[in-house]
Ligand binder design. Structure first.
Ligand code: CTP
Ligand code: CA
Length: 227
C-alpha cells in the first residue's frame, strides 16, 4: 500500500470526522455513556489533515489532546454533535467514528436522591438523532463520500453490510469489539472495509496505520471520476 508521505492528495478537500463517545446527562452529576476512547477517530482526523484536507473533528468527551492541524469542536451530547456536524456542511468527506449514545433522557434539574434504600428511579429513554444517517441522506450538501463505522460483537460482516444499507452511507468500516478481541480501548484495530461492491478484510494494525490506509483509499476514491 502506497503511503501518503511526501504527497498531500487531499489538498483543497474538506473533511468532517466524528469521534469519541457522547455523554447524555441524567442529572447534574450523572450521565449515560459508553467505552469509546476516540483513538481511531482522532487518528483518522490527523491522517486526513496530513494528507492536506481541511479537517473538522467533532468530538465527544475524551482524554485525548486535539490533533495538530485539525479544527476540534468539543461536544457532549448526540444532539450537540449533530448540530456541530450540520454546521460543517458542505464538505467533501464525512467519517463517522463516534460511538453515539443511542438514547438520552430528559435530565433531572437536581441530583436524583435515594429516597428509601430500595427505591430505584426509572429512566425513560428517548431516541437520539442518527448523525451518520442524517449526513448520508440525499441533499445538495451531502458529502461526496460518507463513511460509517460498525462496532459489532457478533456476525460482524452481516451486521455491517445491513448497517451500510440502513444508514445510506457509502462505506462501512466494521470491527469486532467483543471483549475477547481486546480492540475496544486498545491501540490496534482489525477492520473490514465494506462498500457496494464487497468486503475487504484488513490485518490487525495499529490504529494510526488503519487511519493511513483508510485515507489512502479515500484519496483514490476522490481522484476517480464518478461514472
Ligand atoms: N451513528 C451516528 N449516530 C447515531 C448512532 C450511530 O452517527 N445516533 C454512527 C456511528 O458513528 C457509526 C455508525 O453510525 O459510524 C454505526 O453505529 P452503531 O452504533 O454501530 O449503529 P446503530 O445504528 O446505532 O446500531 P446498533 O447500536 O443497534 O448496533
Ligand atoms: Ca448504536
Amino acid at each position: 500500500m502506497a503511503r501518503l508521505e511526501g504527497e498531500r492528495p487531499l489538498t483543497g478537500r474538506t473533511a468532517l470526522v466524528t469521534a469519541g463517545p457522547t455523554h447524555e446527562p441524567v442529572d447534574p452529576v450523572r450521565y449515560i455513556a459508553n467505552r469509546s476512547s476516540g483513538t481511531q477517530g482522532y487518528a483518522i482526523a490527523a491522517a486526513l489533515a496530513a494528507a492536506g484536507a481541511d479537517v473538522t473533528l467533532v468530538s465527544g468527551p475524551t482524554t485525548l489532546p486535539d490533533p495538530p492541524g485539525v479544527r476540534t469542536v468539543r461536544v457532549e451530547t448526540a444532539r450537540e454533535m449533530l448540530a456541530a456536524c450540520m454546521a460543517c456542511l458542505p464538505c467533501d468527506i464525512a467519517v463517522c467514528t463516534a460511538a453515539v449514545a443511542d438514547w438520552h433522557v430528559v435530565p433531572a434539574a437536581q441530583k436524583i436522591k435515594k429516597t428509601t434504600p430500595d427505591a430505584v428511579p426509572t429512566l425513560q429513554l428517548l431516541p437520539n438523532p442518527d448523525i451518520l444517517a442524517t449526513l448520508s441522506q440525499p441533499s445538495p450538501t451531502r458529502p461526496r463520500l460518507v463513511v460509517g463505522f460498525a462496532a459489532e460483537t457478533e456476525q460482524v460482516a452481516d451486521h455491517a453490510r445491513a448497517k451500510r444499507l440502513r444508514k445510506g452511507c457509502d462505506w462501512i468500516v466494521a470491527n469486532d469489539v467483543s471483549p475477547a478481541t481486546g480492540i475496544m480501548g486498545g491501540t490496534e484495530n482489525e477492520v473490514m472495509l465494506i462498500d457496494a461492491t464487497g468486503c475487504e478484510h484488513w490485518p490487525r494494525l495499529d490504529k494510526a496505520e488503519v487511519a493511513h490506509r483508510l485515507v489512502a483509499r479515500i484519496a483514490t476514491f476522490l481522484h476517480t471520476p464518478p461514472n
